[in-house]
Design a protein around this ligand. Structure first.
Ligand code: A2P
Length: 332
């Protein structure tokens, strides 16, 4: 029993998913508090059939709170998570604020649950695209160590926050009505379009999302020299990220072996029907716990048999964020 649980950022896209996941998994607690900014203080939130009132997040909000699930952006986490940890609360933080801090465990429960034990009050929840890639790739890596991963993403707008979904919907309405497409927060129109992930492009030419996939995967896998390169793209899909993943293993591996390993892997569901051209799709991975994996095939450009191609789709608000964090809280 967790005692007192707080959801920080409860009014946001991930915050709302936290509510659904906590309810569906019947997460045990005695008391629950929903926090957001002053803008939302006083708003009602219905959870497990009861109406709660959102309270404003403040530095002294965590007295008596045992576990806080944070998803209110990096600057909010930087400001409030240390105060929460100092008050004796364990923070599971969905932002990137502490992920690469060597003193903070970065955890995907299907991959490195034992790292949780090292926490000093804060546990980081990885980036959504990283989690969705790591869940199916880790069981393969355990059997046949991976030398290199080349990943390309097709990322849903709700990964940017609740506003991303709103922006797509507004632009679809404008397009259908023949009105001009107004962009608001995304740097380009997202309807009828796709573009480089809307995070900052770093000095190495990779955007922040791509760098997260590289460096977070190395930390989670405890594989500091693992070769990973990523291209992250935002697409006009409401929910669930998809990824094309090309893997080079250290020894030859067949697609049949990959299928057998993934068939028994936690958090993975194989959707790979060549006859019907039915493979992982965001419409089918939305609101699902499992990462869908398909298009499993030998990489014909690697005659030594060490290359595998696959295509995955996973709900980035759920396994990519809220579910992963709640699984961490369950382990706690
Ligand atoms: P609010 O709704 O009051 O702005 P999303 O990722 O969907 O944009 O949601 C972000 C979440 O983080 C929202 O719940 C938002 O609350 C919350 N949030 C943003 N900034 C702060 C802040 N400074 N203090 C507390 N909560 C914040």
């Amino acid at each position: 029993m967790a005692g007192h649980v707080a959801v920080v950022g409860a009014t946001g896209a991930v915050g709302q998913e936290f509510l659904r996941v906590l309810e569906q998994r019947n997460f045990p607690f005695e008391k629950i508090t929903f926090m957001a900014s002053a803008r939302s203080a006083g708003k009602p939130i219905t959870f497990k059939g009861k109406t709660h009132t959102v309270v404003e997040l403040k530095e002294d909000s965590f007295k008596g709170v045992d576990i806080a699930l944070f998803s209110a952006g990096g600057s909010t986490s930087k400001q409030f998570a240390p105060a929460a940890a100092a008050a004796g609360c364990v923070v599971v933080d969905n932002s990137s604020a502490f992920r690469m801090d060597p003193g903070v465990p970065l955890v995907v429960p299907e991959v490195n649950p034992e790292d949780i034990k090292q926490h000093k009050g804060i546990i980081a929840n990885p980036n959504c695209s990283t989690i969705i890639m790591n869940v199916p790739v880790w069981p393969l890596h355990k059997v046949n160590p991976i030398k290199r991963i080349v990943v390309s993403t097709y990322q849903a707008v709700s990964g940017a926050g609740a506003w991303g979904l709103w922006e797509l919907e507004e632009q679809i309405k404008a397009y259908v009505a023949g009105q001009p497409i107004v962009k608001n927060k995304f740097p380009h129109p997202i309807v009828n379009n796709l573009f480089c992930h809307n995070s900052k492009v770093a000095e190495n030419g990779y955007n922040e999302e791509e760098n997260k996939m590289v460096f977070e995967t190395r930390k989670i896998f405890h594989a500091p020299t693992l070769l990973v390169t990523a291209t992250c793209v935002r697409v006009p899909v409401p929910r669930a990220h998809s990824e094309s993943i090309n893997i080079t293993f250290s020894k030859p591996i067949t697609e049949q072996e990959v299928r057998e390993i993934l068939a028994g892997a936690p958090g993975v569901k194989i959707v790979d029907d060549r006859e019907r051209n039915h493979f992982p799709m965001p419409l089918e991975s939305s609101n699902q716990d499992d990462v869908l994996v398909g298009r499993i095939r030998q990489d014909i450009s690697q005659p030594d048999g060490c290359g595998i191609e696959m295509f995955v789709s996973g709900d980035q608000l759920r396994k990519g964020a809220a579910l992963n964090a709640v699984q961490i809280a369950e382990l706690l």
